[in-house]
Design a protein around this ligand. Structure first.
Ligand code: DGY
Length: 333
């Protein structure tokens, strides 16, 4: 390397559109191939794009598995712009000697806020009431001829998946005088339970006793259809179900059937099996609030997620340990 002939910048891929300022920051240090048109690439296209780069910023829409990595001889890091990383085949990524990172913490409060917003909107029939109003149905104030909801305050909230976001939702519930119960793969420490005043129960007890069930667990093969027909049958017909976790955690067909038959009061869904497709039966129902996977979607938080993904990628390509490395065994510091 000389002053006139500096070593070439490492090539990186930005697989989806990001904020222009973030792209400009990357261009200072890297030769960037970016997808500002925001196409969702096919697996074949993604494989070709990964073939020549040393690092890649990807989102949950890009599946990174052995196939995607099969020509990626120079790849050192895949940096997910997302806390959930069920789009990663971690075993295959690790076998390929590639570092995998995600974006924890920066989205915890924003996502917990949204979980609570979706719970409130679902229990109090906010979107349904708006549609009712816009359709010209609001002719007079009346005691019971407008949509009647169910209470949130002084009810029992059941949280399945008690990581950072689940705990954030539990803390918000305290302000509503809710009784918080939770089920998680492993029980929280006494200190953490105390901080959110949450009681550990079995999944079955939670489903039987909660007035509102919020799902915040990561998607894994074991968690597929954590809530299906059998689990819904345990729930109170007056209960609500909120899914801000991942599509596939709930059997959407079974849920649609239960909502149609009023075996559940209502559901609030931010994530769907096979999204962006939504089960057609859900689209027909009024007792479900539907959102397009926006739990972390505030400008501040989305920028923080992109910035953390960039920090992860930059660290890895500078030979440093990325701040949120998932597969530590790959790092040769
Ligand atoms: C996350 O970060 O996991 C959000 O769901 C966005 O994918």
């Amino acid at each position: 390397m000389t002053k006139d002939n500096p070593s070439p910048k490492p090539k990186i891929l930005v697989a989806r559109a990001i904020f222009p300022e973030a792209l400009a920051k990357l261009e200072e240090s890297f030769e960037v191939r970016s997808n500002q048109a925001d196409h969702v690439w096919t697996p074949e296209e993604l494989k070709k794009e990964l073939a020549s780069v040393a690092g890649a910023l990807v989102t949950g829409s890009e599946r990174i598995d052995a196939g995607a990595l099969s020509q990626a001889a120079k790849l050192k890091i895949v940096a997910n712009i997302s806390v959930g990383y069920n789009n990663f085949d971690i075993q295959a990524i690790t076998a390929a000697g590639v570092m995998a990172t995600n974006t924890p913490e920066v989205l915890t409060d924003t996502t917990a806020d949204f979980g609570f917003a979706l719970l409130m909107a679902t229990a109090r029939r906010v979107t349904e009431s708006e549609h009712w109003l816009r359709a010209g149905n609001w002719l007079k104030w009346s005691i019971a001829s407008n949509p009647l909801g169910v209470d949130v305050h002084h009810t029992t909230l059941g949280i399945i998946g008690m990581g950072r976001i689940g705990q954030g939702i539990a803390k918000r519930a305290l302000g509503f005088d809710m009784n918080v119960i939770y089920y998680n793969r492993s029980r929280l420490s006494e200190t953490h339970e105390k901080a959110c005043q949450a009681t550990y129960v079995s999944k079955e007890e939670l489903l039987r006793t909660a007035d509102h069930v919020v799902l915040v667990l990561p998607y894994t093969a074991q968690n597929h259809h954590t809530i299906g027909a059998k689990e819904i049958a345990l729930m109170k017909p007056t209960a609500t179900l909120i899914n801000i976790a991942r599509g596939g955690i709930v059997d959407d067909a079974a849920l649609a059937q239960a909502l149609k038959e009023k075996r559940l009061f209502a559901a609030g869904l931010d994530v769907f099996e096979g999204e962006p497709q939504v089960h057609p039966e859900l689209l027909k129902l009024s007792n479900v609030v539907l959102a397009p996977h926006i739990a972390s979607s505030t400008e501040k938080t989305r920028r923080a997620m992109v910035d953390l993904a960039i920090d992860n990628l930059s660290a890895a390509l500078a030979g440093k340990k990325p701040p949120s490395l998932i597969n530590e065994e790959v790092f040769k510091g």
